[in-house]
Design a protein around this ligand. Structure first.
Ligand SMILES: O=C(O)CCC(=O)C(=O)O
Length: 445
């Protein structure tokens, strides 16, 4: 690996000095100044600098095309994304926030990562960084520490993958990402994107950054902040053709130190799986194309369409062929096996130190659609008609065990009050006869 790639993986950015030649920068600046004049702002006259920031789309034209296709930059994009794998652009793109000397809050200086794709007019992001390969910060003016430089949390790109993973393929609005990050992200070393006009900071798409104020310099600060587009979401599977950007995401998903500060060796908080946890988990499985069925208490509540009680875990049924990918994805998020006397290859529990627990039931579908459960040659199985249940969790459509089979799976052992509540609710809602052991349950206790 080259030092540039090592630094990029560790820090989340590299500064490419003199990436754009001075002649090209001068022409670009003249065009940016034209944009300012068109908005009634004279770049040489302070009196007209009445707002702390003015933002517009980066102009197009030959000078911006030359800046955007600078050989030094293309070389770095090739190194970080792979030659021929990012989408070249005849221009710079993105927006240009011009910041003026001012002590006023510009109102846009929150920590964030940049959005990648449009969902109903909002910019969203997902753990696969759909649509975005890199963020580039093009300095079109000299930027010193007094000139409202962009502030960067060094290495924060390694914290973001675990915050995004629970949102799965659908992702989340980029404005919501900062609140999902651990406090330790904001204690990271900070760097300022300072330098000369023509320098470009090439950043990981998940690098957390913000605008700063006040601007105590004397001249407008000009910066373009385009995405370097990437045609496919990163698959996030280890392999020889994993580029540096994807490698950093995988590294972030594997991290065990920075997310909560606690060692992740199973559950250390009281186990609980909330509806959000269930949806986050299902989103993660969706991102890997894996179908799971909800069983147990969450299976009951999914059938009912609402949550009847807190759940200490989530029982899932999963096909063996998906097990490696699913458990690797969970382990990257910090899940670890929870030791239990009845742990078997086809039934085990994975826990997280946030208290989330997933009780995994592994099946092999046979030619009749039955889910064989247990050691090879087993007779134990989920009947095909048990695996066609449909329910909802937080409004999200989920596959689950059918109500009839959930009731049957609740028989044949000494029942308790929780079983009784689950079975009564299912029988009442779906018109299922109450099994004999549940009749008069309250009287027998
Ligand atoms: O103006 C800056 O320094 C950065 C602005 C920024 O990060 C943004 O607008 O997304």
């Amino acid at each position: 690996m080259t030092p540039a790639i090592d630094n990029f993986l560790a820090d989340g950015f590299v500064a490419v000095r003199r990436a754009v030649t001075p002649g090209v920068v001068r022409t670009c600046v003249a065009l940016i100044e034209e944009e300012l004049r068109a908005r009634g702002i004279d770049p040489r006259n302070r009196v007209t600098w009445t707002k702390p920031v003015v933002r517009f789309p980066c102009p197009e034209g030959p000078a911006f095309a030359a800046a955007g296709t600078s050989p030094a930059l293309c070389n770095v994009y090739d190194q970080f994304l792979g030659r021929g794998r990012w989408i070249p652009r005849q221009g710079v793109g993105g927006t240009i926030p011009v910041r003026f000397p001012s002590t006023s809050d510009p109102g846009d200086a929150g920590w964030h990562i940049d959005g990648s794709y449009d969902v109903g007019g909002q910019w969203w992001v997902n753990v696969q960084s759909r649509g975005r390969g890199l963020l580039a910060l093009f300095l079109f003016s000299d930027v010193g520490d007094q000139d409202a430089p962009t502030e960067i949390l060094v290495g924060s790109h390694l914290d973001v993958p675990r915050a995004l993973a629970p949102f799965g393929e659908r992702g989340v609005w980029n404005g919501d990402v900062a609140r999902e990050l651990p406090a330790s992200t904001f204690r990271r070393v900070r760097a300022h994107a300072t330098g000369r006009a023509g320098d470009v900071y090439v950043c990981h798409p998940f690098l957390v950054h913000r605008a700063t104020w006040p601007h105590r310099g004397s001249r407008p600060r000009m910066l373009a902040q385009p995405a370097i587009e990437y045609p496919h979401p990163f698959a996030l599977r280890e392999g020889s053709d994993v580029c540096a950007v994807e490698r950093a995401i995988l590294r972030g998903l594997e991290r065990r130190d920075s997310y909560s500060g606690a060692a992740m060796t199973g559950s250390v908080r009281p186990p609980e799986m909330t509806a959000d946890d269930v949806c986050g988990f299902l989103g993660l499985m969706d991102a890997h194309g894996i179908r799971v069925w909800l069983d147990g208490g969450w299976g009951v509540d999914a059938c009912l369409g609402y949550q009847t009680r807190p759940h200490s875990d989530l029982d899932i049924v999963i096909e063996q062929r998906h097990l490696d990918v699913a458990t690797s994805a969970l382990k990257r998020l910090g899940y670890a096996p929870v030791p239990r006397a009845d742990t078997r290859p086809w039934n085990f529990v994975l826990g997280h130190d946030t208290g989330r627990q997933i009780d995994v039931h592994v099946i092999v579908l046979d030619e009749r659609g039955r889910g064989l459960y247990g050691p090879p040659g087993t007779e134990d199985h989920y009947p095909a008609e048990a695996l066609i249940g449909e329910g909802t969790v937080n409004g999200r459509a989920v596959d689950c065990i059918t109500p009839e089979w959930l009731v049957r799976f609740h028989t044949g052992y000494r029942v308790d009050a929780t079983d009784w509540a689950d079975v009564s609710a299912l029988c009442a809602r779906f018109g299922i006869p109450v099994p004999p052991e549940y009749r008069g349950f309250g009287d027998k206790r």
